[in-house]
Design a protein around this ligand. Structure first.
Ligand SMILES: [Zn+2]
Length: 170
């Protein structure tokens, strides 16, 4: 669950890929351990135990700088992001539900799950291509940089658990 956005000491999210969000229980733990300050609250969401009650933090900022990871993981979601959710064969726009991952060289022929062998495809193109080779994607697949993917991610909508989050997502 994404209840609380976690910011670094510089005021930007600790991570963008994926977005650094935690559950309200984890957010309360940060507060109890005095490891973060709360910048925004879910004003109308109060949690209670026998001894205390508190609104749930919506945005917290850690007190100690957390080193940013700029390594990117090969994943379906990141391949789709690199390709702008556009089918690399027919150019149609797809979304998280309709996008499929296509291996240029099919797995059945020894094709690997790598950045260079994977493209975003729509269902019909993927089905038509099947286990054949020789289809040319619009753009030759490549390994993107972390910052390229972050910029692309910022252009897509986020599920905001609190309206104030949009102030911190750049
Ligand atoms: Zn297509």
């Amino acid at each position: 669950m994404a209840d609380t956005l976690v910011l670094n000491t510089d005021g930007s999210p600790v991570s963008m890929l994926p977005l650094s969000v935690i559950t309200w229980q984890e957010a309360i733990r940060y507060m109890v351990l005095d490891k973060a300050i709360v910048l925004e609250w879910h004003e109308d969401w109060i949690v209670r135990s026998a001894r205390w009650s508190t609104p749930v933090p919506a945005v917290i900022m850690v007190k100690e700088y957390m080193k940013k990871k700029t390594a990117i993981r090969y994943s379906k979601a990141n391949v789709f992001l690199r390709d702008n959710f556009e089918c690399q064969y027919c150019g149609i726009d797809v979304n998280r539900r309709t996008a499929t991952l296509d291996h240029l060289i099919p797995s059945s022929m020894g094709g690997k799950s790598t950045w260079e062998n994977s493209v975003c495809a729509c269902g019909p193109c993927n089905a038509m291509k099947g286990n054949k080779t020789g289809f040319k994607p619009k753009k030759l697949p490549y390994k993107p940089t972390y910052w390229e993917l972050v910029e692309k991610r910022k252009k897509l909508p986020f599920n905001l658990s609190h309206p104030s989050w949009s102030n911190y997502l750049g």
